[in-house]
Structure formats: C-alpha cells, structure tokens
Design a protein around this ligand. Structure first.
Ligand SMILES: [Zn+2]
Length: 707
C-alpha cells in the first residue's frame, strides 16, 4: 500500500532520502546529494547513501558467499534475460492482494534502517544496480519481499548508540564497531578483506582513527569472518597484539561445513542465493538477509585462527575498558555462534539468531539440520538474562531495534517462532502426518503473521518444518512405498508410459498452467523433463511454471531457486564442464590434516579403487603433523600421530606442497621431481593413490538428468 510523502516544513533542507510510493529510500542521484548541507539529514560532510548498485549482473563478486565454500564462476549470456516472461494475470493479482494482507502502513523498519545514518560511499562500479527497487513492487515480485529488498538496499555507516557503530550494506553481513578507551573492537569482518577495508575506511572518515585492539567472530559463516585480513594481520593475532575472540569450536565449524561436500554445497548455493540470475524485477532482488554483494576488490584472505575462545555458556571479558558478556549459542544458526551483551551501552548483539526474518533451519545450500529447540532456548536465555537491561538489539544482518519494550518483544517473538515450528512439526509428526502434509498444514505462529521480522524472507515455515522432521526421523516418511523408489529417470519414464506419453501430459499441464496450478505443473513437468530432457516444449513449460512460482514467493531463497531452475531449463548451465577439487584454498589451508584425509576419501573413486590396499605414513615438516593412511575396500581412513608398521611408503613433504597438489595447482610428478615430496619405500604408492581421486563438475545438472 502506497504512502504519501509527508510534507516538509518550510526552510528545512532537502532530505537525503526520498519517499517513493513504497516508502522512504535513499536518494541515488549524487548531484542531488551534494547539495545537502545540514538539517534533518546527515551532517554536511556526508555523502548520500546510495543503493548498492552496479550494472553488470553477474561477475566474480557475486559468487563470493558460496565461493567461501568454493568459487564457481558462471558466465551468463545477457540474452538469456530476454527469455524471461511477465507475470501471469493471476500471479499479478495474487501479488497485488498481498498489499492488503500485510501491514505495509507500519513504517518502523524503514525508520530504523535509516536511524543514525552518518554517511556512505558509492560503490563506483555498481552505482545504479539496485535503483529499480525505488519503484512500486512490480507484478513479478511479491510485495513483501520487495519491501525487504528495499530495506536491504540501504547502506553506509550508522551510529547505533554512543560508542557503537555499524557498517551495513557493504557486504551481506554487518560490521559492528565498538569504541574502546584507546582502540576499536570489531565484531565481524564482512565477506572479503576488500569490503572490510572499505567499511573501516568509511568509519575512519567520520570517527577518530584508532587501532583495532580486538576482533570478534560472532559465528562460523564466511560472510562474518571472510574479510578478517582486511582488519587485522595474522602476525598481529599470532603475537597476541590483537585479540581475536570466537565461540567454541569455531575453526572446526568453519571447515566442517565447507570441506566435506563442498562442490554440491556450492552448486546448491547458486540456487539459494540466485547468483546466476540477472539483477532486476524478473531476477534477483534480494537474498532475504541482504544483498549478495560485497565491495572492495576480489579475493579472500587467509582465515585467521582465534587466540581467545569462549568456552563457557556465559563468559565475560573487559577489553579496552569495554565490558562484554558472551552467551554461547552453539548449534543454533551456526554450529559455532554466540550472542554478545554490552552492558555499558545496554546493547545486545544477537549475532544471526534474531534477524529481521524467519531464518533457515536447513538452508538450500545444504548443512547439518539446525536445532530449532536450542535456538529458541538461547533466545529465551538472552531475554531472561539481558532483557530487563537491554535498550538496543543489534544483529550481524539487518538494522537495529531500539527501546527496551521492543527489544523484549523481538526476542520473545523470535523465540516463539522457532519453538512453534519445532513443536508443531513434532506434534503433527506424532499424529502421523508426513513431511509434505506437515509443511502444507503448518502456518505462522498465531499472532506473529503481521510481525515483519517473522516473515519468510530467508527460511520458510514450509521447508523449516521439513528440516525439523529430518532432524528427528530422517528423510524416510515411514511409508515403505517411498523406501526404495526407482531412480528419477526410470520413474519418470514409467509415469509417462502410464500417462499416455509426453504430449498427453504436456497438453494436460498447459490447462493446469492456465488455471494457475503452477506447483503441480512444475512437479509433473519435472517427470517429463527427466524422461525426455531434450523435449523443448516440456523444458519451456517447466521453466514457465518455475518462473511464476518464483514471482509469487515471499522468500528470496524460494524465488532464487525457482528462477535459477527456470533459467537453466531455458539456457542450460554455463559453468557445467569445469572440473574442480571441491574445496577452496583458504578452507583447505585451515583444515586439520585428519579432516584433509577425510575430504580426500570423498574424492576416491571407490569402484575403481577396488581391492587396492595402499598404506602410507605421512610427515608434514612445516606443520609437524604426521599420520598413517590406509586405503582398503575403497575406503580411505587415517590415524593422526601414528606410523603404520605395514606401510609400504613413508612420505615427507609440506602442507603447502600437498595442498597445491590437492588443488590441482601442480602435479604430483612435478613435486616429486623437485624433491618437494620425498618417499622412502614404494614411491608409486603415492601416485597410485592420487590417480584414484576424482574432480567434480562445478555446474552439474540439477533440473534435468545428469549426463
Ligand atoms: Zn550471515
């Protein structure tokens, strides 16, 4: 619902924001902004907040989130965007109806997202990238998601309260800067060093330049630690000059989520984050948590290990005169996560456990299922412990909430959101419903439907309930009919045979498409595409159904998944043929040697290994790690710190050399030729082992059968 811009009083300067038909958003014309001098907007030194914008719809930067798991560069033909179609009339009507179903008149979030704004710097290459969001929600985007996309387009340096600042919108996550007596405490370092440096530069342009005395990782996801080397150096941390504090199990969680299954997670991540999509009304509008953008140049820095870890459920530190109380929240939104209370400022930082969205219990990219019950308990504990005192709630995504009453309500609402999904899923499971029935039946918790921060921009009630189901009883719904299904292609061919062939199915599906039954059309056309992947009519109709489902979705992750599916059915996967090792150099380097061998085990071609028996003792001189590995029955196992008496070979090398071979940056033969790998015993055993390792296809098929 559009809101009229309020009239400005005479003689007040032009605002640095403007009212669009959907609300207050930043100005994007720099010439207008330069005229701003003082008054109700930011101080005169400020530059206007720009929408994070850029013209090229996909380049290496957009792959960063997933690139933390492993970079995949996709070259998308700009012509493919012309294949997108408008919203069907019933989709446009459904999206229009959302305008009256939700409280669009509640402008609090827009006020909060801009409160304390100091300044921003334009992103030179991306000036107008998100400018299209200034307009009213188009028929191709759910207005609720559009609203979130507008909010997430704000960026810059913001004052939260005295001594606490945030840089938001420079990367997917926030950087929070706490001013100590002599230096700064930085909570989270954005996705890349370049983004972190730009964020700090912006801060220093408006606040006194002080050294960073401590860095805190709120949790183990790459949008929160990836930029650490843009804030501190490894040497400073190693020497103890800068404190680097992390929740218990941080490094294990970082590598644990990224090193095993990395290629599949990266590929699935493209669907979750919509990286292959063009930016725009028929493409990517948001990620739910923010924009999948990061400023400031390419590339990752090293993952710097913490030199101080929070081990107890609640622990306190005083750093540079700033008191901090840490509350561990392990196995909530991340395996290693913590909330932080700053009692002197009355600010509670809830990391990523209470953002302005229903979060994911199992994101599409693939993780271990998160524990909704504990997640809720952590928020309840925070409410109990800090709720009486807290005046501001900040998170490492999105904008703050001010005022004790609102802080308490937010914590309580989010607590109940996760608990309700958890408990009601289990209730229905105990009543005999299967996962699809539960997902269909479960709704928003009563009374939270109109709470914008509980809406389904990232997670959804539907797929979160399936995650709860999976956590407790697994993939199997208990019905033996689903116990041993035929593989998809075989199943699809039999369905088509029974249904009278693809032409008959497509004809019926066209009728359902006209009637707006897109879910069913997507489902049944999937059968046709898997039976006949080269059937253009089937691919086209399947893509059309995906597309309309994407246009309807409130969840950014659903929209992205549907639209990437449509794109790949129409244009194929452009990065398909590239072979990758399935791990990024930064992750591999931070991985303990036993886990490196676990990862190598996932690259062994088991059938080809057959009954080969290869036992090797390994010594890594740079890290002083040693280990005995055994390949037997196609399985690679290892024991750290041991030598196997039956080993045919002892290998001496360095982690650096070993990692470069694993990553395919150099060959084993080359390293052995230069004596950077030396062996005692059967040298051929090492090459025998390495020849059994496979690489992975970066862009393996998802919406059609594998080749
Ligand atoms: Zn995050």
């Amino acid at each position: 619902m559009a809101r009229k811009a309020p009239e400005r009083r005479n003689n007040t300067p032009a605002p640095w924001w403007k009212w669009s038909r959907l609300g207050k958003i930043p100005l994007r014309n720099p010439r207008v902004a330069q005229k701003i001098t003082n008054g109700c907007g930011p101080p005169s030194r400020t530059r206007r907040p720009t929408l994070m914008a850029r013209s090229v719809f996909l380049n290496w930067r957009r792959a960063r989130w997933t690139a933390s798991f492993m970079a995949i560069t996709i070259i998308v033909d700009p012509a493919q965007s012309q294949q997108t179609k408008p919203a069907e009339p019933n989709v446009a009507a459904a999206n229009r109806a959302v305008q009256s179903q939700l409280p669009f008149g509640d402008r609090q979030d827009f006020e909060d997202a801009m409160r304390g704004f100091i300044a921003t710097t334009p992103d030179p290459g991306n000036r107008d990238r998100w400018a299209f969001l200034e307009h009213e929600a188009p028929p191709t985007v759910n207005p609720s998601l559009w609203r979130q996309a507008q909010l997430n387009a704000t960026n810059g340096l913001f004052k939260v309260t005295d001594g606490i600042y945030q840089v938001r919108g420079f990367s997917q996550a926030n950087m929070t800067i706490v001013e100590g007596m002599t230096g700064l405490i930085v909570i989270d370092t954005l996705s890349t060093p370049g983004a972190a440096r730009e964020a700090l530069d912006l801060y220093f342009a408006h606040r006194p330049r002080k050294p960073v005395v401590a860095v805190i990782y709120s949790h183990s996801h790459p949008d929160h630690y990836g930029g650490v080397s843009g804030v501190v150096s490894q040497a400073e941390v190693a020497a103890g000059k800068t404190k680097l504090i992390a929740p218990a199990g941080f490094l294990e969680a970082v590598v644990g989520e990224a090193v095993i299954g990395g290629n599949a997670k990266a590929r699935r991540g493209q669907y979750q984050f919509g990286m292959p999509l063009p930016i725009g009304e028929r493409g990517n509008v948001d990620e739910g948590l923010g924009k999948n953008d990061s400023r400031g140049g390419s590339g990752f820095g090293p993952i710097i290990a913490p030199n101080d870890t929070i081990q107890q459920l609640v622990e306190s530190r005083t750093i540079d005169g700033v008191a901090l109380t840490f509350q561990l929240a392990l196995d909530s939104e991340a395996p290693s996560e913590m909330l932080i209370y700053l009692p002197q400022s009355h600010v509670l930082d809830v990391a990523e456990d209470a953002a302005h969205t229903l979060h994911n219990l199992l994101p599409f990219r693939g993780t271990i299922v998160r524990d909704a019950n504990r997640w809720s308990q952590y928020l309840n504990a925070a409410l109990d412990q800090f709720g009486a005192d807290a005046q501001v709630l900040i998170a490492q995504h999105h904008w703050p909430v001010w005022g004790n009453e609102r802080v308490r309500a937010r914590l309580a609402n989010q607590r109940d959101l996760y608990k309700y999904v958890h408990d009601q899923t289990i209730r229905m499971m105990n009543q005999g419903l299967g996962p699809t029935e539960i997902a269909e039946t479960l709704t928003m918790p009563p009374g939270l439907e109109n709470d914008w921060s509980a809406r389904e921009y990232y997670g959804t009630i539907s797929h979160n309930s399936k995650a709860v189901y999976q956590r407790y009883v697994g993939w199997y719904d208990g019905n033996p009919a689903t116990l041993n299904r035929l593989p998809r292609v075989e199943e699809a061919k039999k369905y088509l045979e029974y249904m009278g062939g693809s032409a008959a199915v497509i004809a019926r599906a066209r009728e359902d498409f006209k009637a707006g039954r897109y879910r069913w059309v997507a489902q049944v056309m999937d059968q046709v595409v898997f039976a006949e992947p080269s059937n253009k009519e089937a691919r086209s109709l399947a893509a059309d159904a995906f597309e309309q489902l994407g246009y309807l979705a409130e969840s950014a992750t659903w929209r992205n998944a549907y639209l990437v599916g449509a794109q790949e059915l129409r244009s194929g996967v452009r990065s398909g043929a590239r072979s990758v090792p399935g791990v990024s150099p930064e992750i591999l380097h931070a991985t303990p040697i036993t886990l490196v061998f676990d990862y190598l085990g996932t690259r062994v071609d088991g059938p080809r290994a057959g009954t080969a028996n290869i036992v090797i003792n390994w010594q890594f001189t740079d890290t002083r790690e040693s280990l005995a590995s055994t390949l037997e029955h196609g399985a690679l196992t290892s024991i750290i710190g041991k030598t196997a008496p039956n080993a045919g070979t002892t290998v001496t090398t360095t982690r650096t050399v070993f990692e470069s071979i694993i990553l395919g940056q150099r060959t084993l033969a080359d390293a052995m030729g230069h004596r950077e790998i030396t062996t005692i015993g059967d040298a051929k055993a090492v090459s025998d082992l390495f020849t059994l390792l496979v690489d992975f296809e970066a862009g393996f098929p998802v919406v059609e059968p594998g080749r």
